[in-house]
Design a protein around this ligand. Structure first.
Ligand SMILES: Nc1ncnc2c1ncn2[C@@H]1O[C@H](COP(=O)(O)OP(=O)(O)O)[C@@H](O)[C@H]1O
Ligand SMILES: [Mg+2]
Length: 239
């Protein structure tokens, strides 16, 4: 589904990722762990097409993504839930969700929009009673649900989720993780989850990669083989 091969990426002259290789199979949920500043967000942005790539390649569903702008990648089925949620505060919950479906052709819209809304609300029942509320008044957890829901409205095949639990109350962390656990059961959807919370990522993901200072430390071992000590050692090495 996705192959990232020997990727070098960053922001103009700031080189962040060095020779990063990662693969995600259809229906697989992958975790990317690593300390602050390791390059996790940059990795997701490189896949989404919103940072500079200096070398290596990214192949999605058999198609090389080289040179393709972000909106073309979105049209191919890559949805990015950015760090910090980035919902539109002055729009309502429903308007935010509908914006996520921008790429549906107009003929399809009427038929599909309601189905998509129902699908998202089924995953995030909390959003149901808040559909007409402005996104600005939602709690952090609800905004995170909205950001994920908005991404789902584009019917993605690959969902990139950047630290969804950051800054959330424990109950909200659990609610967001539960929603991701349900999404994971969709065999047509692959997920890359970036997390600082090691335990949550280990519980949720099929395989884990560890990024440290822009280098991939672990080539995607099965989570059973990743001991807490190994993860801690990787974090320590990265400092
Ligand atoms: N827009 C940017 N321009 C220049 N450097 C950036 C930018 N965003 C992030 N960086 C740098 O890239 C490195 C990795 O950042 P990031 O990918 O956000 O790491 P993480 O998500 O793992 O915390 C950091 O050193 C950071 O300062
Ligand atoms: Mg980040």
């Amino acid at each position: 589904m996705l192959d990232v091969e020997n990727l070098h990426a960053g922001y103009r002259r700031v080189r962040v990722l060095h020779d990063v290789t990662l693969s995600v199979a259809t229906g697989e949920t992958i975790g990317v762990l690593g300390p602050n500043g390791a390059g996790k967000t940059t990795l997701l942005r490189a896949i989404a097409g919103i940072c500079s790539v200096y070398g290596g390649r990214i192949v999605f569903a058999g198609q090389p993504l080289d040179g393709k702008p972000d909106y073309e990648r979105a049209a191919l089925g890559i949805a990015h839930v950015p760090e910090g949620r980035r919902v539109w505060p002055s729009l309502t919950v429903k308007e935010n969700l509908l914006m996520g479906a921008w790429r549906l052709a107009s003929a399809e819209r009427k038929r599909e929009l309601q189905q998509l809304l129902d699908y998202v609300i089924d995953h995030f029942p909390r959003l149901h009673e808040r559909l007409e509320a402005r996104a600005a008044v939602l709690s952090g957890g609800e905004q995170q649900m909205l950001a994920i829901g908005r991404a789902l409205m584009s019917k993605p095949r690959l969902l990139l989720v950047d630290e969804p639990s950051i800054g959330l109350a424990p109950l909200m962390v659990e609610a967001v993780m539960e929603a991701l656990r349900r999404l994971r059961q969709n065999q047509n959807l692959s997920i890359i989850l970036v997390e600082q919370r090691t335990q949550e990522a280990l519980d949720l993901c099929d395989r884990i990669y560890i990024l440290s200072r822009g280098h991939m430390l672990d080539a995607g071992r099965k989570r059973e083989m990743l001991t807490r000590e190994a993860i801690e050692a990787a974090y320590f090495e990265g400092r």
